[in-house]
Each structure stands twice: as C-alpha cells, then as structure tokens.
Design a protein around this ligand. Sequence first.
Ligand SMILES: O=S(=O)(O)c1ccc(O)c(O)c1
Ligand SMILES: [Fe+2]
Length: 350
Amino acid sequence: MTATPPDIVRSAYLELVVSDLAASREFYVDVLGLVVTEEDGREIHLRALEEFIHHNLVLREGPVPAVAAFGFRVRSPRELDAAEAHYRALGCGVRREPAGFRTGVGEVVRVLDPLGFPYEFFYDVAHAPRLTWRSDLYGAGAIVRLDHFNQVCPDVVAGAAYLEELGFKRTEDIRGDDGVTYAAWFARKDTVHDTALTGGSGPRMHHIAFATHEKHNILYICDKLGALRRSDAIERGPGRHGVSNAFYLYLRDPDGHRIEIYTQDYYTGDPDNPVVTWDVHDNQRRDWWGHAVVPSWYTDASTVLDLDGAPVPLREREQASEMDVTIGADGFSYTRKDDTARGFKVGEQL
Ligand SMILES: O=S(=O)(O)c1ccc(O)c(O)c1
Ligand SMILES: [Fe+2]
C-alpha cells in the first residue's frame, strides 16, 4: 500500500553535471540562447524565455557527465510531505533538505525512485523575470519553455505502472504484436508529456526537451549550427514526430547529453483523453515522414547519479529492443500495413 502521491504540476528543471562548464555554457547560452539567471564559478542556472521560476537547467562541473536530479514542481508546500511519505512507503531512499540543495530553490525532497532515477520535488522557488514580452531579447531560435524529460528504463511496463501511480497520465505508447511495450509518454500538464519512458538499459536520461513557439525557430537553430560549423551537434532531425505530432530536432551537447528542441504537440487535458498506441513496425511512428531513426538515438543516453552522487548501475533490458526489430537487416517497417507488395521497407542503416 503506498501513500497518496505528491500533486506534481510539471517537469521544472534538470541538474546536469558537465565536464567543462565553459564549453557547456557556450553551447547552452551562446548557441541555444538560454537565459542565465545566476552563475558562479561552479554552477550556472539557466531558464527559458517564458520561464518565471529561477531555473530550468543547472549546469554543474563534475568528473562524470550525468544527471544529478530531475526536478518536479508540486502544487503546494504540503505536497513535500506527500512526496516524502509516498517514497518512504515505496522503500526508496529519501533526502529532505529544508534549505534546498541549490541556489534559487527552497525546501526539496529528493528521492532515488524505484526505477533508480534521482527525482526531486519542490514548491518554494525564487522568481526570475519572465521575458515573454521581451521580443527584443528573442533570437530567431528562441527557446521558450522546458517541455519534458525522456528516461531510459529496462521495463517500460513496470515503469509505466510506477509513473501512473505517481499521478502521470499515459498519452501515447509504442507496442508490438509481440505484446512488448517499447516506449510510452506520460503527462501532468495538458500536453503530450512531462516525461517518457524509452525501453533500454537503464536508468539513464535519454533527453531533456525545450520548446520553441514555431517550427521556423527550429530550422533557424539548424542553420545557425551550420553557419558555426557545428552541424555535428545535430543527431536526428529536423522532422515531424508521429508520436506527439511535434516538430523536432535532437542535439548532443559537449558531453553528449541529448537535447530535444520541440514544438507544436497537442492538448491532452480532458480526463478521457484517448491514448494513442502505435505499432512498433509502423515506419511513421517516430518520424511521420518515414525518415530513419539514427542508431545512436536508440543506444546513447546519460548516466544518472544516486543520492550520494555516484553513478547508478545499469540493468539491461530483457525484452526485445526497438532498434533490433525495426532497423537493420532483421528489422522491417511498413508505410502501409496492408500493402505487402510495396509498403514494407527493411530498416535503414545510415
Ligand atoms: O520519436 S517519437 O515520435 O516517438 C517521439 C515523440 C515525442 C518526443 O518528445 C520524442 O522525444 C520522441
Ligand atoms: Fe522528446
């Protein structure tokens, strides 16, 4: 029996350990245009242009590039009591810090959750100027919000049960006729997701996604990276997702952490919002235009740290992997399921 879960409002910030603070600052501030709220020689606190809380991303220099915390805003200070009780009832490690673990945020409950991820919950937070109306500060690639996390875990079904018990609502998933669930998306706010689970060895962070207002902002980021001769930072896209219907671009930061730039998914706020399920062999599920998913997008992800700052050991996925069943000589995907003459294509290797 678990205790009532905390009332989570949204995914709010990520604490990211980077190997070279200056190189990461150049990527996130000079190239991507995130706003510096506060910085000292050790940490940089960044936020998106429409954000009013102190930060959406903390860069902290350290020996092992990794994720130290996934931060979730809760609806009121008393939800920290619910968070502490919920995770203690799950038998998880819990650290409650009345003064907070970092600049700009007040009391925090940090846990190592049942999947091995460092989650933290907070309400009290310093406000920073919301730059929504400051169009004079918006570049052509303006990043306006943190939209979601994506987490790699070996057992998506077990992970989904944990997130749904935590109060997340499933909005989409990818399944096979083999009964395997390969990935799933979960919301607290009224869009497609605040986090998602991608099947693979884990716990690892697959990506953090920031939103732009328009598709052309994403195209500008691609052009800017080309002009800077930094196109090697582009891993996948630009393109249109099948799942979520969002326009997307995936970048790799100087440590290889994956950043998605994302725009224009859809509303999911009604209680009876229908779950969209995709066939793992549908070649338009991950890219609506049928473009290949580069293998590194399935294989690479970021280490996560435990409550003592040590890397969490990985567990291998036991069920089939999506890459194995859709890419390469053994993989196949269809454009038109019933078109067995021309609709099938063997998975593409780049
Ligand atoms: O590639 S998928 O269409 O499955 C996809 C959909 C939404 C996302 O945020 C994502 O990272 C990946
Ligand atoms: Fe994403």
